[in-house]
Write a protein that binds this ligand. Structure first.
Ligand code: IMP
Ligand code: MG
Length: 181
């Protein structure tokens, strides 16, 4: 094993939000969304990879039909944002004139969500709304309207429940944080 890998294996995860707290919150969010979209067509856009567990849980509590699309957005290298967001999405034509709800894992600087919204607007959906599981309390964030927020959390580096550090820890059933120097 390389020295870098050995160091990676030593990373300690501090629990922050338990499995049962997450379940309750995701169910609440899903029920709110079900009420708000009653009688409307709901098109969920799940942002990969981080929101895959969140999205998979949320759709199973929905009381209304929904279509699910996947969008890939990448801006982080390990624990740092590169400042650029790469987006891959192949269903542009299908969302024209539709109600779109973006499902994202974490709102940090808001750069990712902003770029995704800008990108999706090109396909002229009827409406774009946003739902994030975690919103970090960061001192300076450009204004962005988030329609549904799960938890507001301290500004720490989060892992678990689909969220990674350098592709690790996505499998944890709870949400925790790691300390990085
Ligand atoms: P933003 O663009 O700064 O708002 O960061 C949002 C994106 O960066 C999310 O989609 C996450 O994938 C990733 N991200 C932000 N903070 C964290 C974190 O604490 N842990 C893991 N990924 C994060
Ligand atoms: Mg993400």
């Amino acid at each position: 094993m390389s020295k870098e890998n050995m160091q990676k294996n030593k990373i300690k995860v501090f629990p922050l939000i338990s499995k049962s707290e997450i379940k309750k919150k995701v169910k609440d969010l899903s029920q709110k969304i079900s009420q708000d979209y009653k009688g409307k067509e709901l098109n969920l856009i799940l942002v990969l990879k981080g929101a895959f567990v969140f999205g998979a849980d949320l759709i199973r509590f929905l009381k209304i039909p929904a279509r699910v699309y996947f969008l890939r957005a990448k801006s982080y290298e390990k624990d740092k944002s590169t400042g650029k967001v790469k987006i891959e999405f192949s269903a542009g034509k299908e969302i024209e004139g539709k109600n779109v709800l973006i499902l994202e894992d974490i709102l940090d600087t808001s750069l990712t969500l902003k770029e995704i919204i800008k990108f999706l607007k090109k396909f002229q959906p009827k409406e774009i709304k946003t739902c994030v599981l975690l919103e970090k309390k960061v001192p300076k964030r450009e204004k962005i309207k988030v329609d549904y927020v799960g938890f507001k959390i301290e500004n720490k580096f989060i892992v678990g429940y689909g969220i990674d550090y350098d592709e690790r820890f996505r499998n944890l059933p709870y949400i925790g944080y790691i300390k990085l120097n």
